[in-house]
Write a protein of this length. Structure first.
Lengths: 393, 377, 393, 377
C-alpha cells in the first residue's frame, strides 16, 4: 500500500504546472471578456493543442492514451489552480466516451474533433418535466419517417443550451416496448428548424439551465448512436462513468480553507469566529470528512488502476460529497452571524455575496446528476443487496 | 386550561390569509432580489391600518385592537406565509415599545399616528459587533440632567424597513444604562444608507452624526429604559419567530401537496418513505415550534419569570425549523424546487434571513444556558 | 388562552400532595421489600382506597368520574414525587377502558374491581415473533369448540407475565377473513393448563418481558370481549387511547435536572463539564425541547377538554419524546467522559451505573408501543395526508 | 498509487475471521457483563502467538511478522468483529512501544517474551482528570541522574486488561518530561483493583505506592520519552479505531441480513426506505471510516507530518460510526434487537466503551482544530 504517484506522473505534474503558470495567467479574464463564449472556446482549444484534453481517449480518436493516474494528476492540478471546467466538459465526459464505444466510424470522425477543440459545443437533452429521477419514463417522441426521425417533446435542466451547436438527446422510438427498451440516443443540430430554447433561472438567481422544445424536428437517421431502441443502455453506461472524485476533494479543501480564513477575520465581540469552540469543532469535522473523501478517492482510484469494476461505489462519494459541500456552505453562511443575510452590493456585505452563491450552488448538488434519494436507493440495493422498494422502474 | 386559539383568533387568521393572498403577490419579493428592496405600498398600508391590524395589540383607548401578543404573532405568521415585507412586524414591535413606555406624550400622539398608518416606525438595535442583542450596544446618548437635549452619534446596522421609516427607535447607552431614543428620520445628522437582505427585504445602515433630540425622546418603562428595551427585544424576537413559523408551515404544505401529485416510478413520490418520513419530521418540528411560540407569547403577556427563556426557545427552535423545512422544500421538489419561479426559494431566503435576525440558534441557546445551567443547586 | 388549572383542580393538587407526603414515604422500600410483588399490590390498593385509581372511570365501574384536568394533575404530582407506575398500569390504561366500552355487564363486574385494586394482575398478549409493527398479521389461533376457545400460539414482549393472574390477548378466530377481520379479543386465566411463560432478558440486562406460549389452552366463550372476529377494532381503539403526555414531561425534566447537576460536579481538568460551551448548548437544547413537548401537551389537553378528537397527534408526541429521551440519555453517558464505560460496582463508576440503565431504557422507547418508523408513517398518512407507502396492511 | 489491501493482507484477514469465529464465542462477553471481566484464556493466547499475530508488526529479527501498522489494524478489526477481549490490541500497542524504544534490553528480552505469549503487557496512561491523553498526565517518576532508581506514586485508571497483565508500561512525568516506565505487576507497592467496562471487558485501577524501578525501566525514543509516548498513543488509538470499525461493519451486515429476511406488511422490511436508506447512510459512514483508518495507518508507518491529525480523524469518525451502526442495529431489529440473546447489544456496549477510550470525538476534533485552525495564513 502506498499513496505515491510514479516519478513519471510527478514529472507530468511538473509539466502541467509549468504550462499552467505560462498559459493560465489571464484565465480570470474569460468571464470579463468581451465575448466570454469565444474566450472559453479559445481556452479549451489551447488546452487541447497542448495535449491536455481527451487525455485517456485513444490516439485514433484524437486523444492522448494517457494513464489514469495522469488524468488524476491533471484534475488535481486544474482544481488546485482553480481553473474553471472546460466549456465542452459535458460532451468530453459523456458523449465522447459514448461515441468512442458505440458510435460508427463516420460519427467518430465527424464529431470527436469538434468536441475536443470546442469548435462545436454540446448540450445534453435527457431530463424532462415528467422524467427526473425516473429518467426512463421520458416521453419525448422520435418517429422514424424514411431517413429521418421526427422529434416532438420537451427537455429541461439542460446546461449550455442557448450557446450549444449540438444536442445529444434521448427520445422514445417505441412507445409500446417496456420503458427501457424503446429509447434511442440521437444527435441533433441545434440550428434545425423546430428547436426552441428557453433559459431557466435557478433559485440562486443564475441562468445555468434551459428548457429545450422540439417541434417536428428532423434528425437524420445516421445521427442515431447505436441501435434504434437501444439508447437507454448506452446512456446508462456513460451516466455511470465513474471517477475517483479526487479533483472534487481539492475544491472542497479550498472551500474549507476560505472558511477558515474568513472565520479568523470575523470579529465576535473582542474575539473572532475562529475562537468559538463550536466553530472549531465544525471546522475540524469538515477537515475529517474531506480527508475521508480523499482517502475514499484513493481507494476508488486504486480499484480502477487494478481494473476492478467500480460498481455502485461512486454513489457513496456522490452522496457524501454533496452533503459535505452543503454543510460547509451552510456553516460559512452561519459564521457570518448577523451580517449573513446582507445581499451583495449592500454596505457591510460579507465576502461580496459569495457566501450566498456558494450556498445555493451547494443546494443543487444533491438534486442534479441523481438526487441523494436515488443515491440511497442505489447503495441499498446494489451494495447492501437489500430488496428494491416497491416501485415501477 | 385553554391553550388553543380562540374562535376570534382563528377568524382573524383566516381573514388575514385571504386578504394578504389577494392584496400582496410573492412576485414582489422575487423582483426585489434584483431590484431595490421590497416595501409595502401606501394603499396596502392604509388597508392594514383599516383592518385594525397595525394596532392590534395596542390598548383600545389608543385606537388599538386590545389584543395580546399572541394575536399579533398570528398575524405576523400570516405575513410570513404571504411573503409580506417585514414592515408589518417591525411596526407591531415598535407600537408595543411606544405603548409600554412611560412617556405619555408618545403614547397619546405617536402611537395614534402609527396605528392610523400615518407614520411608520422602526427599531434600530444591532451594531457591528458580530453578535446580537442589548448586551452588544455601544452607541452613546450623551447629555446630563441639566441639559434638556440628548446627542447621539454612531452607526446602527440591519435596521429593518429603514427606507420607509419616519421614525427610528434607537437603542443606546445613556448614563451607562440602556434605553430607546426616538429619532425622526429627517432630523439633522441622520443618514440612511440602503441595504438589502438575501430575501429582498429592506434593511438599512443608520448613521447618526451628533443628532440632537429632546430628553423627552427617551422611552422608558416606569423610569427604566433597559427593562423596556429587553422586553421590546423579546416581543420583536417572538414576532420574527412567528414569521419563521409561517414560512415553515406554508413550505411544508406546498411540498406535501407536490408529493401527492408528482409521480415518478409509477407512484406519487409522497408514497416513498424517503419523502414521507422527512416531511413527517418537519411536521413534528412545526408542531413543537407552534407550541413554543404560543407558550412564549403567553409568558410575555403574563410577564412570567421564564418569558425571555421561552422567547429564546421559540426563536432558536423556529430558526432551525424554518431552515429545515425550506431546504427540504427545495430538495423534495427536485429540479423544480431549484427554479426561480417556485416560491420555495423565497421562503428559504426569508428563513435564512430571519434566522440570522435578532439572534441565531446558538445565541439563543446561550441565553437559555445562562438562565438554566447556572441556577444554584 | 391560559395555562391555569381551576381553583378546584389546584385544591385537588394540594390534597394529592398531602396524601402522598403522608403515605408515600416508604415507597422506595417496595423494591427492597421481602415480597416486592405483594408490596406493589398493597400500594395500588392503598392508592385505590384513597380514590386515586380509575380516576376518569364511571362511578358504576368503581371509578371517580373525575375531570380530565384532575387526571393530569394527578399524573404530574405522581411524576414529580417519582412514584413508580402502578403494578396493574397496563390493565388500567388499556383493558379497563376496553371493558367499560365493549365488555358485557358480567365482564365488568367480574374483572374491573380486581383491576382497580390490583387483586388480579394482568398482562397483555398482543405482539408475536412474526407480528411486531405489523400486529394484525398475528397467527395465534383460537378455535371455538362448543363453549370454549382452544388457543395455540406464542406471544412475545409481554410485560408482567411471570406474575400475572390474567392475560388479555388477541387471537385469530377466522384465518380466511381479511387479516383485520378475523381476530378476537380474549381474556385468559394464566393458571389455565397449557400456558407457559418464559422470561426474556433485554439488551440492558433487565427482565421486563416474557414469551408466553399457549398450547391447547381452553378459554370460556364468555371471556371474549365484544364480537367474535371483532377484536382488532376494539384493541385498536385502546391502542390509540391518547394522553397529553404531560407526566412524561415531568420525568424528562427530572432527567435533565439530574444531568445538569452531574455536569456541575464532573471535573474536566480544573473546570467542570458544565463549563464546556458545547455541553451548555446541549443542555439548553434539551431545555427547549422539553418546553416544546410541555406546550404541545397543553395543546393536546386543551383539545381533549374541548372534546376535539386527538387524531394522530399523539404520534407526534411519542416520536418526539422518545427521541428526546434518547438524546438526553446519550448525552448523560457522554458527559461522563473517560469514566462513561465503567460498569456498576466498579471503582470510579459514575452515578452507580444509572447512566447505563438510563441509556438502555431510552433505546427501548423508540421500539416498544409502536416503533418510530411506524410513527412516521402515521404522521405522514394521517396528518399530512400523504399516500400510503406500498405495503400490505 | 496502491491504496488497497495486499493479497497477503486479505488472506490474513480471512484466516483471522475463521480462526476467531471458531475459537472464541461472543457468549463469553455476554456472560462477563454479570460475572468477572472477560479475558483471553492461556491456550487461545498461545495460539495467537503461534499464528504470529502477537508480533505481527514487530521486526522479524525480534520474532515478529515484519508487517506494518495497517496489518495490525486489520487483525484488530477482526478481533472487534469477533468480540474478542481487548488484550490483543493492548499487546500489539505495547509491542510497538517496546520495539520503538531506544532501550535495547527491552527490545531483545521483553519483546520476545511478549511475542512468544509468555508475558502479557499493557499500557497505563489515563488518570482521573475528566479528559484523555498525554497532556493530562500528572503521575510523577522521581529520581535524579545520580540515583539509579525511579520512584513512582499515583493512580492510573481504566488500564485495559490489567487483571492478566504481567507488566505495565506506565505513562509518567520525569523531570517535567513525559515518558513510559515499565513496572512489573508483582513489584513492591503495586496494587491492581479490578474494574469492568460496560461491555464486560477487563479494565483496572492501578495504584502505585512508592514503587521503585531501575532507571533502565524508562522507555525512550532516541532519548526522547515524550515523542515515544505520543507515538504510542496514536498507534493504540488507531488500533481501537480498527476495533470500532469491526463492530460497525459486522453490525451493519447482521442488520442488512435481517432486513432481507424479516417480513412485515407482506414484504421484507429492507424494502422500506426508512430501513434501507438508514442502512445506506451507515454504509457510507463505514466506507469513509475504513478510508480514514487506512490513511491514518499509512501515515503512521510513513511518519508523515499529519499522522496524529489523521489518527484523530479516524478515531473521531469511527467512534460515531460504530455508535450509529450499533444503535441502528438495535432499532432496526426491533424487539429482537433489544433482546439479550442477539449480539447487537454486545457490539453496542463495545462501541460505546471504545468510543470513550483514548479520546471521544469532541476530544479528537479539538486536537484537529489545534492542528488545522491555528496554522498561520
Amino acid at each position: 500500500m502506498d499513496l505515491l504517484f510514479s516519478p513519471a506522473d510527478e514529472q507530468y505534474r511538473t509539466r502541467i504546472r509549468a504550462w499552467l503558470s505560462d498559459n493560465a495567467g489571464d484565465l480570470a479574464l474569460i468571464a470579463k471578456a468581451e465575448d466570454p463564449l469565444q474566450a472559453a472556446r479559445d481556452w479549451q482549444r489551447k488546452m487541447y493543442e497542448a495535449g491536455f484534453v481527451g487525455l485517456t481517449w485513444p490516439k485514433s480518436c484524437g486523444g492522448q492514451e494517457a494513464s489514469l493516474t495522469q488524468q488524476v494528476v491533471l484534475s488535481e492540478e486544474l482544481a488546485q489552480a482553480r481553473i474553471p471546467h472546460l466549456i465542452n466538459g459535458i460532451a468530453l465526459t459523456t458523449l465522447g466516451p459514448t461515441l468512442i464505444q458505440h458510435g460508427t466510424e463516420q460519427q467518430r470522425q465527424r464529431f470527436l474533433p469538434g468536441i475536443l477543440s470546442a469548435k462545436e459545443i454540446w448540450c445534453q437533452g435527457f431530463s424532462e418535466p415528467g422524467a427526473g429521477s425516473d429518467l426512463p419514463s421520458l416521453t419525448t417522441r422520435a418517429v422514424l419517417d424514411g431517413d429521418e426521425f421526427v422529434v416532438n417533446g420537451q427537455k429541461v435542466w439542460t446546461s449550455l443550451a442557448p450557446i450549444a451547436d449540438w444536442c445529444f438527446l434521448l427520445a422514445r422510438t417505441d412507445p409500446k416496448a417496456p420503458k427501457r427498451e424503446g429509447i434511442s440516443y440521437l444527435l441533433c443540430d441545434m440550428k434545425t428548424p423546430g428547436v426552441t430554447v428557453r433559459p431557466l433561472r435557478n433559485a440562486g438567481g443564475g441562468f445555468h439551465f434551459s428548457e429545450v422544445f422540439f417541434e417536428d424536428v428532423k434528425i437524420p437517421r445516421d445521427n442515431c448512436v447505436g441501435e434504434i431502441n437501444g439508447g437507454w443502455k448506452i446512456a446508462r453506461s456513460t451516466l455511470e462513468h465513474e471517477r475517483s472524485g479526487l479533483s472534487g476533494v481539492v475544491a472542497l479543501e479550498a472551500n474549507l480553507e476560505r472558511q477558515r480564513q474568513m472565520a479568523a477575520k470575523l470579529k465576535v465581540g473582542d474575539k473572532t469566529a475562529l475562537d468559538k469552540p463550536g466553530n472549531r469543532q465544525k471546522l475540524a469535522q469538515y477537515w475529517i470528512e474531506i480527508e475521508g473523501l480523499r482517502h475514499l478517492g484513493y481507494r476508488a482510484l486504486s480499484d480502477q488502476l487494478a481494473g476492478r469494476p467500480p460498481g455502485a461505489s461512486a454513489s457513496v462519494g456522490k452522496l457524501f460529497s454533496s452533503r459535505l459541500r452543503q454543510k460547509i456552505a451552510k456553516t460559512s453562511l452561519e459564521l457570518a452571524g448577523p451580517l449573513a443575510p446582507v445581499a451583495k452590493k449592500s454596505p457591510h456585505v460579507i465576502e461580496r455575496g459569495r457566501l450566498h452563491a456558494g450556498y445555493f450552488d451547494a443546494l443543487g448538488y444533491s438534486i442534479g446528476g441523481g438526487t441523494s434519494e436515488i443515491m440511497h436507493n442505489t447503495i441499498a440495493e446494489r451494495i447492501l443487496g437489500l430488496p428494491r422498494s416497491t416501485r415501477d422502474d | 386550561m385553554d391553550f388553543e386559539l380562540s374562535a376570534e383568533q382563528v377568524a382573524m387568521r383566516d381573514v388575514a390569509r385571504n386578504m394578504l393572498g389577494e392584496r400582496w403577490h410573492p412576485d414582489k419579493m422575487r423582483e426585489a432580489i434584483d431590484k431595490p428592496p421590497a416595501t409595502i405600498p401606501t394603499d396596502l398600508w392604509a388597508e392594514l391600518s383599516q383592518m385594525g391590524w397595525l394596532g392590534v395589540n395596542c390598548d383600545e383607548i389608543l385606537g388599538g385592537g386590545g389584543q395580546d401578543i399572541l394575536t399579533a404573532a398570528i398575524l405576523v405568521e400570516e405575513a410570513g406565509r404571504a411573503l409580506l415585507p417585514s414592515t408589518f412586524s417591525t411596526n407591531l414591535a415598535s407600537a408595543w415599545a411606544i405603548e409600554n413606555s412611560a412617556n405619555q406624550a408618545h403614547r397619546d400622539g405617536l402611537l395614534t399616528e402609527l396605528v392610523l398608518g400615518n407614520k411608520r416606525v422602526t427599531l434600530a438595535i444591532e451594531e457591528n459587533h458580530g453578535s446580537w442583542g442589548p448586551d452588544t450596544i455601544e452607541l452613546n446618548a450623551t447629555g446630563n440632567d441639566r441639559d434638556d437635549t440628548l446627542h447621539l452619534s454612531g452607526t446602527k446596522l440591519l435596521v429593518p424597513d429603514g427606507s420607509t421609516a419616519d421614525l427610528f427607535l434607537v437603542a443606546a447607552r445613556h448614563d451607562e444604562n440602556l434605553c430607546l431614543v426616538a429619532v425622526d428620520a429627517d432630523a439633522q445628522g441622520v443618514t440612511v444608507n440602503a441595504m438589502k437582505r438575501l430575501d429582498g427585504a429592506d434593511i438599512v445602515e443608520l448613521e447618526l452624526n451628533d443628532v440632537a433630540v429632546p430628553a423627552s425622546a427617551l422611552l422608558q418603562w416606569g423610569g427604566d429604559g433597559e427593562s423596556l428595551l429587553r422586553e421590546v427585544y423579546s416581543v420583536f424576537t417572538v414576532l420574527i419567530a412567528a414569521d419563521l413559523l409561517g414560512s415553515a408551515e406554508v413550505t411544508l404544505q406546498m411540498t406535501s401537496d407536490y408529493a401527492k401529485e408528482r409521480v415518478q416510478f409509477g407512484q406519487p413520490i409522497g408514497s416513498f418513505q424517503a419523502v414521507s418520513h422527512r416531511l413527517a419530521d418537519i411536521l413534528v418540528q412545526v408542531e413543537i415550534g407552534r407550541s413554543l411560540l404560543y407558550g412564549a407569547c403567553l409568558a410575555l403577556t403574563e410577564q412570567r419569570e421564564e418569558r425571555h427563556a421561552l422567547v429564546a426557545a421559540a426563536k432558536s427552535w423556529l430558526n432551525e425549523t424554518a431552515i429545515d423545512a425550506t431546504e427540504a422544500g427545495v430538495q423534495l421538489h427536485g429540479g423544480i424546487g431549484y427554479s426561480w419561479e417556485l416560491d420555495v426559494h423565497l421562503h428559504l431566503r426569508r428563513a435564512r434571513s430571519n434566522a440570522a435576525t435578532l439572534g441565531d440558534s446558538d445565541f439563543h441557546r446561550d441565553q437559555i444556558a445562562n438562565y438554566y445551567c447556572d441556577r444554584p443547586g
